[in-house]
Design a protein around this ligand. Structure first.
Ligand SMILES: [Zn+2]
Length: 264
């Protein structure tokens, strides 16, 4: 347990970040590259496919209708309940889905260059529509240790780190973590049953698998928070973040995502 704790700390340390970025740089030098959209050589995304991607994400839109697990943020007496508003850069389909999957799951880290502008557009619309004075702080879900072991970078933080944020938006780095036992037991080979038992016990106690890091509530309290994630499907991840943050007195105004799954 102590070793894993040390590993986890190392991963988040300067050295760990250096090693992981060096690994991903080496991987991208060694691996042949082809366009995720059309297979053309020598580019993560060729110029015509880049233009297509820009077209697919040119108009961010409200996407909360299609996600049934989003939290209810208001229940007016004479109207339908209001769920957490979410702005998506595009639909999770066609080229955008292929690019997001390649970036998240196939180590195509260079695609951050084409995804970052799409997320910036979604964030700009989200700030204008959802933040009372346009100013806010961004919070993203933490990566689990399991996902960190399988990747050399964390998709959402990497994307946020590779773009120029609008000056009205701040980023609090890593305010949330998965609880340690959940993280570790799920990551160890052959311990799936244990993870399930731990998760079930936690649910019985009404405890979230997430926790806030020390100092995070003080940093976030008083700010208007926008959640940021890559893909919106049911909205369960955003709901978990929302509940944890609001329980600590943090004001969550909405969310922005790269891609939203089509309504079922
Ligand atoms: Zn192409």
């Amino acid at each position: 347990m102590e070793l894993l704790r040390t590993l986890d700390a190392l991963w988040f340390s300067r050295t760990g970040r250096f090693i992981s970025s060096a690994l991903s740089a080496t991987a991208s030098l060694a691996a042949p590259t082809w366009c995720v959209g059309c297979g053309a050589d020598h580019a993560d995304l060729c110029p015509p496919c880049r233009a297509d991607l820009r077209h697919l994400t040119r108009r961010p839109f409200r996407a909360e209708e299609s996600a049934e697990a989003l939290p209810i943020v208001a229940a007016p007496r004479d109207a339908d309940p209001v769920v957490l508003p979410v702005i998506a850069a595009g639909r999770y389909e066609k080229l955008l889905a292929d690019v997001v999957v390649a970036f998240k799951d196939h180590e195509r880290v260079g695609l951050s260059q084409v995804l970052a502008p799409a997320l910036v557009r979604a964030l700009a619309v989200a700030s204008a529509q959802l933040l009372p004075d346009g100013h806010g702080v961004l919070v993203h879900p933490p990566g689990s240790l399991k996902s960190r072991l399988g990747r050399s970078y964390e998709p959402v933080p990497h994307l946020l780190g590779s773009m120029t944020l609008p000056s009205t938006l701040g980023l609090v780095p890593g305010p949330l973590r998965y609880r340690f036992s959940y993280d570790v037991l799920g990551a160890l080979p052959g311990r799936g049953g244990q993870k399930t038992k731990t998760a079930q016990a936690r649910r019985r106690r009404g405890q979230s698998p997430l926790r806030m890091t020390a100092g995070a509530p003080d940093l976030l309290r008083g700010a208007d928070v926008l959640l940021v994630d890559d893909v919106l499907t049911t909205g369960a991840t955003l709901a978990r973040l929302y509940r944890l943050l609001t329980a600590s007195g943090v004001r969550v105004r909405g969310a922005a995502v790269l891609a939203a799954a089509a309504p079922r």
